[in-house]
Unconditional design. Sequence first.
Length: 151
Amino acid sequence: MKTLASILTILALGLSLTAAETAPKKKSTTKPKAPAAEAAQPSAKVEAVAKTLTASQKTKLLTLLNDGDEAALMTIPNVGKTRAAAIKKARPFADVTNVTKVEGIGEATFAEMVAHAKAGFPQPEKKDEPATEKKKAPAKKKSPEKKKETK
């Protein structure tokens, strides 16, 4: 009798384990990931703008995008702290056109980057304290007119 109970217990456990393995899995509550950004190709306009760069300019821009710190990235027109952080997060870039896959960087911003590279990566002028304007000399105060005394 004990062996029969043992066999039934083993069979019951075995069936419950196989049922658990074949049971449909619950759907994840997280959103499915979008197709990889790398799969998307840059637009024809972006490709055309990129072709205007010389090999040297393209290499320098790619190096800036892949290795530049936040301050260096912010020298690019229309790139502030938020876009610089997004660029750093999306690294590494295999080609300069891949930067258009970064959120906030579209065709217009990419065109500005290319123009910046063509100009030789000029450093923005430092904004020192605003030039002091000449202050107007205070107007001379007129002395109060003396009242004429009438007698």
